[in-house]
Design a protein around this ligand. Structure first.
Ligand code: THU
Length: 138
């Protein structure tokens, strides 16, 4: 069964508590729904700042490593008001595992109870896909 939005949001909020963000102090939690299961992720920073892993890529990686290659829905919990959508790198990562970006919900929340709902296609309307690579192969 597909997890409800409430389940996904709850998992993202819980994952945010496990963020490792001693440099930015900006804690992010994410939960992706894939194969009827929920995979959580949190941001993991590094003293070498550029090595930082975003919550969304951590969650997407967990799903793929578990054998799930189709992401059905995403929830992100940030500390921003209004709640912030995922960065471009994370959108591109999610898109790699999206069946139909126009039907993949991305809901972003914060502690104030604010909630914004997007589709992946709204956030990344012209993402790069494998189709571009195939078009160059003869
Ligand atoms: N961050 C995420 O986890 N996801 C995003 O989509 C944007 C930013 C993290 C990275 C870093 O640890 C902190 O938020 C501040 O940029």
């Amino acid at each position: 069964m597909t997890p409800s939005e409430e389940d996904l949001v709850g998992a993202a909020l819980a994952a945010r508590d496990r963020a490792y963000a001693p440099y930015s102090h900006y804690h992010v939690g994410c939960a992706v729904s894939a194969g009827g299961r929920i995979f959580p992720g949190a941001n993991i920073e590094n003293a070498s700042y550029g090595l930082t892993l975003c919550a969304e890529r951590a969650a997407a990686s967990a799903a793929v490593i578990a054998g799930e290659r189709r992401i059905d829905a995403v929830a992100v919990a940030t500390q921003s008001s209004p709640p912030a959508p995922p960065c471009g790198m994370c959108l591109q990562t999610i898109a790699e595992f999206a069946d139909d970006p126009a039907r993949l919900p991305v809901v972003v929340v914060n502690d104030r109870g604010e909630r914004r709902r997007f589709t992946l296609a709204e956030l990344l309307p012209h993402g790069f896909t494998g189709a571009a690579l195939e078009s160059t192969r003869k």
